[in-house]
Ligand binder design. Structure first.
Ligand code: C2O
Length: 559
């Protein structure tokens, strides 16, 4: 027998812990291709993943490694972002074109390779270049580790609900025309729920998404706003929604009639089918509390109880008026981190290493070729810097130490102090630059995002890549750095990756810079991203063994 270790011992000591800790590897293939589709009673080819609109859902569990091979079969450059995935040390897989990677050129492919650590819930993936996100998007569902329950009653069934916007014309044409003119692009022609607008006045015969349910059960709806430019209200006739999670973080459950969801945000709700029978309308409609043109069509779908005849009438609902700030706030202000023993809210409480004030808003710059804009164009900025896209990705420039691509002088405070939410300054011009704000590993950061009234006070859903942040405060008017912090919630603030800066107000977020790399932050209204409402944080490597950016994969696209 000799000195051989008993087999079970080897298994237990050497293999079992590894098996318990590591997730599995999941492979996906995304063919980005042109697909003919009929929506809104018109036929047009759109860019899709695997011919689907919305695109395929990615399923994984916490701790899994996901490998997605993206093959570009279209004429556009492509990149895909896994919105909300932390990408710990794997910025190469984050996706924003020219920020963390060069785009995948026509005919080329790239394998996104990342591990999901410390996250579970609903997120989304979407193209992160041009306006391809309009049709190139889908759900990303992260289930808890095997055997770990939800912190709420187990639902009977889970349903992904993707909200989006639909244009009759090609979305690349829409934004190209706008860029030429210097003016705002056309608003969408319809909203969609899982790819369908539901019957509309211009297209009555159009069916809609039908959700078949049994009475007396609980369903988990994973609601995603994959739209480009509009925040949406979502509600279901005759039913309350119990909110349990946003942006893949658990919240204290609460019941509500209408949720509001900005592009890039996700909301999980429990729906109890307590009506027993019938058909009920689901509605998605725009939330916009500024004098700005929007798509006024309401997308509808049907909640259909089993045993109810298809011909029986649907119980209708009236969506909130588009400027219903109070209905939106009723939802937003109800969001609190679950903050349980298992899921504590790890809010940076004490020292703040960087206390930043970022104005977000619009501007007007000269544009001699912009005829429709009378020689000027609408732009957008953070701290008056309109971000200029570099020609190679910032992450590559940083990692390989390529000089001259960006500067590290992004201002931590507005360069000009003015009454941000007042009538605004007379000079509406911004400066152009490819500037990043540099952070040391593990620094604690507070960013107050302050809306400006330049052109119009408007709600901006701001998204940060690479991190979740805590929303510690929010208010109207100009942020007051001596009074407002006393009201911050440092106990159970909601944790998210995309937060709405209220029209004419501010929101304060905090995060720990525990992820080395280059991380994009931008308004998730695609029109504002195009106009330059974007910047990046550069987080240096730490000194510890797992505190450095990993080496790039061999197939990382070249510019
Ligand atoms: Cu969902 Cu940088 O975006």
């Amino acid at each position: 027998m000799g000195m051989a270790w008993p087999r079970y011992f080897i298994l237990t000591v050497f293999f079992l812990p590894a098996m318990v800790q590591a997730g599995i590897v999941r492979h996906y293939k995304f063919n980005v291709e042109m697909t003919n589709t009929t929506r809104m009673c018109s036929t047009k080819p759109i860019v899709t993943v695997n011919g689907k609109f919305p695109g395929p859902t990615i399923y994984a569990r916490e701790d899994d490694t996901v490998l997605i091979k993206v093959v570009n079969h279209v004429k556009y450059n492509v990149s895909i972002h896994w919105h909300g995935i932390r990408q710990l040390r794997t910025g190469w897989a984050d996706g924003p074109a020219y920020i963390t990677q060069c785009p995948i050129q026509p005919g080329q492919s790239y394998v996104y390779n990342f591990t999901i650590t410390g996250q579970r819930g609903t997120l989304l993936w979407h193209a992160h270049i041009l306006w391809l996100r309009a049709t190139v998007h889908g759900a990303l569902v992260i289930l808890p580790k095997l055997g770990v329950p939800y912190p709420f009653p187990k639902p009977q069934r889970e349903v992904v609900v993707v909200l989006a916007e639909w244009w009759k014309s090609d979305t690349e044409d829409v934004i190209n025309e706008a860029t030429k003119s210097g003016l705002a692009p056309n608003v969408s022609d319809a909203h969609t729920i899982n790819g369908h607008p539901g019957p509309t006045s211009s297209c009555v015969k159009h069916g809609g998404f039908n959700l078949n349910v049994e009475g007396g059960k609980t369903y988990l709806l994973r609601i995603i706003n994959a739209g480009l430019n509009e925040e949406l209200f979502f509600k279901i006739a005759g039913h309350k929604l119990t909110v349990v999670e946003v942006d893949a973080t658990y919240v204290k459950p609460f019941k509500i009639d209408s949720i509001v969801i900005a592009p890039g945000q996700t909301t999980n709700v429990l729906l109890t089918t307590d009506q027993g029978s019938g058909k009920y309308m689901m509605a998605a409609s725009t939330f916009m509390d500024a004098p700005i043109a929007v798509d006024n069509l309401t997308a509808t779908a049907t909640l259909h109880y089993t045993g109810t005849l298809a011909t029986s009438p649907t119980t209708l609902t009236t969506p909130p008026p588009k400027n219903a700030t109070s209905i939106a706030n009723n939802f937003i202000d109800s969001l609190k981190a679950l903050n349980s023993i298992k899921y504590p809210a790890k809010v940076p409480k004490n020292t703040v290493d960087h206390s930043l004030l970022f104005t977000v808003g619009l501007g007007i710059n000269p544009c001699p070729t912009c005829k429709a804009g009378n020689g000027s164009r609408v732009v957008a900025s953070i701290n008056n810097v309109t971000f200029v896209m570099p020609t190679i990705s910032l992450l590559q420039a940083h990692f390989f130490n390529i000089k001259g691509i960006f500067t590290t002088d992004f201002p931590g405070n507005p360069p000009n102090v003015f009454n941000y939410t007042g009538p605004g300054p007379t000079n509406l011009q911004t400066t152009n630059g490819t500037k990043v704000y540099r952070l040391s590993y593990n620094d604690t950061v507070q960013v107050v995002l302050q809306d400006t009234g330049i052109i119009a006070q408007e709600n901006h859903p701001v998204h940060l890549h690479g991190f979740n942040f805590f929303v510690v405060g929010k208010g109207l008017g100009n942020y007051n750095s001596s009074k407002d912090p006393t009201k911050f919630n440092l106990v159970d603030p909601v944790e998210r990756n995309t937060v709405s800066v209220p029209s004419g107000g501010w929101v304060a977020i905090r995060f720990q810079a525990d992820n080395p790399g280059v991380w994009f932050m931008h308004c998730h209204l695609e029109v504002h991203t195009t106009w330059g409402l974007k910047m990046a944080f550069l987080v240096d490597n730490g000194k510890g063994p797992n505190e450095s950016i990993l080496s790039p994969p061999k197939d990382l696209p070249k510019c």
